[in-house]
Design a protein around this ligand. Structure first.
Ligand code: 5RP
Length: 262
């Protein structure tokens, strides 16, 4: 473990390392997007190489597909595989019901399609992602570029009738131009501060014609694996309190860091 890895990266690595151990030979696995999911991809690639596992993977973004292929993993399309055993992904927030906000990395659409095509979704995160109520992280909503201003206005109208604290809607930019998702759509970030009724909000947003999908993942996640910077791993399953299940030895645990050139 390189000494300059920040506590948060150690926590993300810890969660990813534990979750990679849930993957069994022969499984079809969805690979999430983001910095925590990138650790998962590295940990899985290491296991596949060392243990000669046969794993079929489906990526949730071109970024993740490129990383996975560069590390020697076989990446298939969802249409080839159809049904997955397990998807492991990060999240921007999770609450006590294992409801999530996702899409900070602009990959929410493929992430939701892949997660809902999976028998099980496991989220990997650091403890800072745990919230009592969803909404401090701006809720990403993927919209069609055509007429996006009109769509944004309709989103504001929806928000006026919802149990939320903030109402600001911001088009996500990449420098001077709107950010494009893998599907070439735009992202609106909804600064809501607090979402009182996520179910109602998710349904209302998805009824707007220009909205493709929203970043609320409700009744999709089965398990959250939280990593801590000291190597402790806590797991929360639906309906049960968090319990410590493992302690990863960060000093001796992996070749990943030497593989990264550290
Ligand atoms: C990408 C996502 C990511 O899972 C989410 O943004 C968390 O990212 P990170 O692990 O880098 O904190 O939803 O669309």
């Amino acid at each position: 473990m390189p000494s300059d890895l920040s506590p948060i990266e150690k926590a993300k690595f810890t969660a990813a390392r534990h979750a990679a151990g849930l993957i069994q030979d022969g499984m079809k696995v969805g690979l999430g997007t983001g910095s925590t999911a990138a650790w998962l991809v590295r940990c899985l690639a290491e296991r596949v190489r060392d243990e000669k596992l046969q794993i079929t993977s489906v990526a949730t973004s071109t970024r993740t597909a490129e990383l996975a292929r560069s590390l020697g993993l076989t990446v298939s399309t969802l249409d080839e595989v159809m049904r997955l055993d397990l998807t492991i992904d990060g999240a921007d927030e999770f609450d006590g019901n294992l409801g999530l906000i996702k899409g900070g990395g602009a990959a929410l659409l493929q992430e939701k399609i892949v997660a809902t095509a999976s028998d099980r979704m496991v989220v990997i995160a650091d403890a800072a992602k745990h919230v009592a109520t969803l909404g401090a992280f701006p809720l990403p909503v993927e919209v069609i570029p055509f007429g996006w201003r009109a769509t944004s206005r309709l989103v504001e109208e929806v928000l006026a009738g919802q149990d939320v604290l903030g109402h600001e809607v911001v088009l996500r930019m990449a420098g001077d131009v709107p950010l494009r998702t893998d599907e070439n759509n735009y992202i609106l970030d909804l600064h809501l501060k607090r979402i009182g009724n996520p179910q109602s909000l998710a349904l209302a947003l998805n009824q707007i014609a220009g909205v493709v999908e929203n970043g609320l993942f409700l009744n999709i996640c089965d398990t959250v694996v939280v990593g801590h910077p000291d190597g402790r791993v806590e797991v929360t399953e639906h309906g049960s309190p968090a319990r410590q299940v493992a302690q990863i030895d960060l000093a001796t645990t992996s070749n990943i860091f030497s593989d990264l050139g550290d």
